[in-house]
Design a protein around this ligand. Structure first.
Ligand code: SF4
Length: 393
């Protein structure tokens, strides 16, 4: 049974029941922020160039685009009515086709360690997640770039949802602006649901808005984008931004990685690293490799050796990550002692390696769990596929 709460957004009553008091009344929240109207485009998420094209087409002065950008990204207004340095006539003209946009989050869950997971509706009628992670003097937001994902990584809950749709740049940036902690944010990571470089146009647009003077004015060194290595889009990202890059590696042995990450068949990790070696990471920009350590799969001395050969000559670091269990997962993580042994072995090979602290374990920390719950009001039932583990052992 479902409850229709706006023109294009549907929320399940089962989800409300599951979340109980954690579920904020969506109707209440929609009264706080003007509702999107489907047939009017969002201005929020448009670049200065796109705003300039709009005002030119409407016969408005060119400088109006910068005024609109300031209202959208600096002043955070939620209605064209509030763009008070635009003439009344120009505001009326804009409102005929456009709205500011923005969506409130639908629910939030807080961990005992302060991590919060926000659930956002999408314009396509699905759910995405964002994770707010406070840590001493840092506060990081992990944003999603797609609803679902088509990359099919075997260890990933989002993969099990399948691909629904790309998020627009406005929907990506909305995650940053719609949380109460937005003023406290120091860092942003594109590591949530989806493969950001599979949605490269919208992701680059969002990064442009985040890092431009006329936009949010963030330093690119405060932002990290994570990819599994979609090479053509990765080149565009490296050429067009100065944002840090994190590559999901998880296994340096190509034949084993392919069993776990189908992208290996299209863009082998050896070629990804070879492309990275063409770029300069000796200055402010950093490249790192994400490595979830799975027991008996990618944690042997042979993997340490293969990693040191693969990454030789590239200034980088490896972040070891504990596996957040997902339902019916065919693999398991390692204990703390094994993590430390693996880290030390890599450090002895001269690769700077750290263990990332696990956060939000008690609030379904694995990306995709929460939104899968929200998709139908219950977790989806996935058959247990252990083929790749059996082949790799
Ligand atoms: S790990 Fe990332 S790229 Fe792979 S399926 Fe999950 S969301 Fe997609």
């Amino acid at each position: 049974m479902q409850e229709v709460t706006s023109s294009n957004l549907v929320f399940s009553t089962e989800l409300k029941a599951v979340w109980g008091s954690l579920f904020y009344s969506y109707k209440d929240r929609m009264e706080m922020i003007p509702q999107p109207i489907e047939d009017r485009q969002w201005l929020f998420g448009k670049t200065l160039g796109e705003l300039q094209a709009i005002v030119a087409e409407k016969g408005m002065p060119r400088f109006t685009a910068k005024q609109i950008a300031a209202w959208l990204y600096r002043k955070g207004i939620d209605s064209i009515d509030r763009m008070t340095d635009l003439s009344l006539r120009n505001r009326e003209v804009l409102q005929q086709e456009y709205q500011v946009g923005r969506l409130p989050y639908a629910a939030v869950e807080e961990s005992s360690d302060g991590t919060k997971k926000y659930l956002f509706p999408t314009l396509g009628g699905r759910y995405i997640e964002s994770a707010y992670i406070p840590d001493a003097d840092r506060a990081t937001l992990c944003v999603s770039s797609q609803s679902g994902c088509k990359m099919g990584c075997k260890f990933c809950m989002t993969a099990r949802q399948g691909f629904a749709h790309h998020l627009t740049s406005g929907e990506i940036l909305n995650q940053v602006c719609a949380i109460p902690e937005k003023e406290r944010l120091t860092n942003l990571v594109y590591m949530g649901m989806g493969e950001p470089l599979d949605n490269v146009d919208q992701v680059l647009r969002s990064l442009n808005i985040l890092t431009s003077d006329w936009g949010f004015g963030w330093s690119p060194t405060r932002i990290t984008l994570s990819t599994i290595g979609v090479i053509p889009a990765m080149r565009r990202f490296l050429d067009e931004t100065k944002v840090h890059l994190a590559v999901s590696l998880h296994n340096p042995i190509g034949s084993e990685r392919a069993l776990m990450m189908p992208v290996q068949n299209r863009y082998p990790i050896e070629e990804v690293v070879s492309v990275l070696k063409e770029y300069d990471f000796s200055g402010q920009r950093r490249v790192s490799f994400e490595y979830i350590v799975f027991r008996g799969y990618n944690d042997s001395p042979a993997h340490v050796h293969a990693l040191s050969r693969l990454l030789a000559g590239l200034k980088c670091r490896i972040n070891l990550i504990r596996f957040h269990a997902i339902p019916d997962a065919p693999m398991e993580g390692v204990d703390d002692a094994a993590m430390v042994r693996f880290r030390d072995a890599l450090n002895r090979k001269g690769i700077v390696t750290t263990i990332r602290a696990s956060r939000g374990e008690d609030i379904r920390a694995a990306c995709g769990l929460l939104s899968t719950l929200g998709k139908n009001g219950k977790t989806i039932n996935i058959s247990r596929d252990t083929t790749f583990l059996e082949k790799s052992r």
